[in-house]
Ligand binder design. Structure first.
Ligand code: NZQ
Ligand code: ZN
Length: 383
């Protein structure tokens, strides 16, 4: 196991009716800007609960943060905060709203030329407005982590900074009952791939991390299909919500190598063709497992045995079976496992490759061994 320092300071209010907890989680002397998306929180009752919980606070709202939050929209919030002096942000919605709000928090006091540099040049962020969140879509883990992904045109870029980790996160599984089947399955597979990015690398004898990771994978494999069968299954909603948070809270990633190539290669499908984040990952991951099967051999065999009970046959046969099982799970979740399933062709690979290169994604993976030629091979394998 590698050395690490671990700290996760987000207070988590988990369970039914926990939105009320924000009353005491946000200091009363703060001027609060509530940020949200396209209005799902108004139709599922979450907004009303926020209004009730903030009855003694000085607050206003900023809506319209899109899925894959857009830089220009977020900068409008930044201007408003500067003009009106808000000093606390409450993000209410899915990963896009939380990520967008993290970026807003960092951009308000950004001293550099243009806040886009936080993403494009990884410019340093010295301060951020404090924020909390009510997460209504289990998927990204953004509710307790330090990352955010922002989109500007075809550029979808990430930054990480401990200053934007939410001070608290409300996770009430009841708020997820209004998610469509597509949003639900996108969330399950996103969480699944987050675990794989931190697990399917090479062994460093990190037993706790491995077994936590395997526990999350097994939970998602058990609970995900229950939601496809019944979107109102509260117990499955509850377990999926906690699984998604733990998949990317940072805990399973300490002291182990991490991959993240599936995400980077997938982001170009979202940026260029509007593919949902979760669906970009289910297309890329099986192909990446195939192309990187030699360097990931030991972990692929562990995954085959511990997750899918595959113990018979030679190494290659067990790895083939594990990749096949992974694809079957994604298909069971009604997510695509090939580019052709979403009508993308070989010509579209050239487009994605151009952006991947422009974004400097030339040494991906835990070994930095996925160069442009191998990324192309991964897209081609996914055809
Ligand atoms: O905008 P509203 O009206 O709220 O509707 C949203 C949106 O249309 C809707 N929704 C959210 N909660 C709902 C709901 N609809 C009904 N009931 C609810 N309870 O769902 C739609 C999609 O929301 P979005 O926030 O875009 O989805 P998700 O949570 O999957 O977030 C995706 C974004 O997060 C980034 C992705 O790249 C993408 O930009 N990621 C962030 C990460 C992080 N911060 O650590 C890691 C991830 O790998 C990922 O890259
Ligand atoms: Zn993801």
């Amino acid at each position: 196991m590698n050395n690490f320092t671990y700290q996760n300071t987000t207070a988590i209010h988990f369970g039914a009716d926990q939105i009320a907890a924000i009353t005491d989680s946000i200091p009363k002397d703060k001027k609060v800007l509530v940020t949200y998306g396209g209005g799902s929180i108004k139709s599922n009752g979450v907004y009303d609960q926020v209004v009730a919980a903030l009855s003694e606070h000085n607050w206003d709202e900023f809506s319209g943060i899109e899925p894959n939050p857009q830089y220009d929209t977020l900068m409008k919030a930044v201007e408003r905060i500067r003009a009106e002096g808000f000093d606390y942000l409450l993000a209410v919605g899915g990963g896009s709203v939380v990520d967008g709000t993290k970026f807003i928090a960092a951009a308000v006091n950004f001293a550099g030329e243009e806040a886009w540099d936080i993403l494009a040049k990884q410019a340093s962020v010295e301060s951020a407005i404090p924020l909390g969140c009510i997460m209504t879509l289990p998927a990204t883990g953004s509710e307790t982590n330090i990352g955010a992904v922002v989109t500007r045109g075809k550029d979808k870029l990430a930054f990480m900074n401990p200053l934007v980790r939410p001070q608290f996160a409300v996770l009430d599984p009841q708020t997820t009952l209004s998610l469509s089947e597509r949003q639900t399955s996108n969330g399950v597979v996103d969480a699944f791939v987050h675990v794989m990015e931190q697990y399917l690398t090479y062994p460093v004898n990190a037993k706790i991390q491995d077994r936590f990771a395997e526990g999350i994978l097994l939970t998602l494999i058990e609970e995900g299909p229950k939601l496809i069968a019944d979107l109102q299954d509260m117990e499955a909603r509850t377990n999926v919500m906690w699984a998604a948070t733990q998949a990317l809270s940072g805990l399973i990633g300490v002291g182990v190598p991490q991959d993240w190539a599936t995400h980077m290669i997938g982001h170009e499908l979202t940026g260029n063709f509007g593919v949902d984040h979760g669906r970009s990952l289910t297309i890329v991951l099986p192909a990446l497992m195939q192309v990187c099967r030699e360097e990931k051999k030991a972990k692929l065999l562990q995954y085959a045995e511990r997750i899918w009970n595959i113990t018979e046959g030679c190494d290659d046969a067990r790895i083939d079976a594990a990749i096949e099982k992974t694809k079957q799970f994604f298909s069971q979740m009604n997510t695509p496992v090939s580019l052709s399933e979403i009508d993308l062709t070989a010509a579209d690979i050239d487009t994605a490759m151009t952006s991947l290169e422009a974004h400097g994604m030339t040494k991906l993976g835990e070994n930095g061994s996925i160069d442009l030629a191998r990324s192309r091979k991964i897209y081609e394998t996914a055809l």
